[in-house]
Design a protein around this ligand. Structure first.
Ligand SMILES: Cc1cc2nc3c(=O)[nH]c(=O)nc-3n(C[C@H](O)[C@H](O)[C@H](O)COP(=O)(O)O)c2cc1C
Length: 184
């Protein structure tokens, strides 16, 4: 059994069929996130499952009005609970990307791992996803109706893809392998 197939075949998909995704499928994807790893087992990830069109609209608007998202039957809002490590860091003054305190970076980091697991699980189940993150934190929190205690890692679109994009270019192994002692 190899997970390389899912890793290699996954694409960000931005067109979806009008085919529904069941609650069981959504729960299986969330389970992959629940079982993910995190520094000190902090498990800062929190999720919201959104299907309702009226609820989706302000989310899409906040997400740089990426209208293609509306085709996806399910959105999973992937949140990092910033209180997970220390209540002190719950509400940073600066919510821009570069202004986040270090502890907040850790919960954001750990939530990203869980989202990656969920994306691969969805791929394994024959579903497609796109991680979207083109939004201002404050606007997206308002759209989701959540407090400043959460950092929105991404809005994951989930559904059956209606497109099969080519693989996007990747750096070569030479570009990314800074030290190579792989040979025993
Ligand atoms: C954190 C993050 C945020 C992203 N935000 C968006 C987005 O807002 N809209 C979008 O169309 N794609 C978004 N993407 C998808 C990337 O553009 C995509 O992963 C990248 O171009 C590589 O293509 P691939 O996923 O098909 O391999 C995002 C991906 C990540 C990891």
């Amino acid at each position: 059994m190899s997970i390389m197939k899912e890793i290699a075949e996954r694409r960000s998909v931005r067109r979806y069929l009008e085919k529904d995704v069941t609650k069981e499928q959504v729960m299986e994807i969330l389970e992959a996130g629940r079982l993910s790893l995190s520094g000190s087992n902090t498990q800062p990830w929190r999720f919201m499952v959104i299907r309702d069109k009226a609820r989706k609209m302000p989310i899409v608007k906040a997400d740089h009005d990426q209208q293609w998202m509306m085709e996806a039957p399910v959105f999973i809002a992937c949140l990092a609970d910033m209180k997970s490590r220390s209540a002190e860091y719950a509400v940073p003054e600066d919510t821009t990307e570069t202004g986040a305190s270090n502890l907040i970076k850790l919960v954001i980091r750990d939530t990203a791992i869980a989202v990656s697991f969920m994306i691969l699980q969805a791929q394994h189940m024959g579903l497609n996803t796109c991680w979207t993150g083109w939004f201002d934190q404050r606007e997206m929190r308002t759209a989701l109706g959540i407090s400043d205690d959460y950092y929105v890692s991404g809005i994951l679109t989930v559904g059956y893809g209606a497109e099969s994009p080519e693989q996007r270019p990747r750096l070569s192994m030479d570009d990314i392998l800074l030290l190579d002692e792989s040979e025993a």
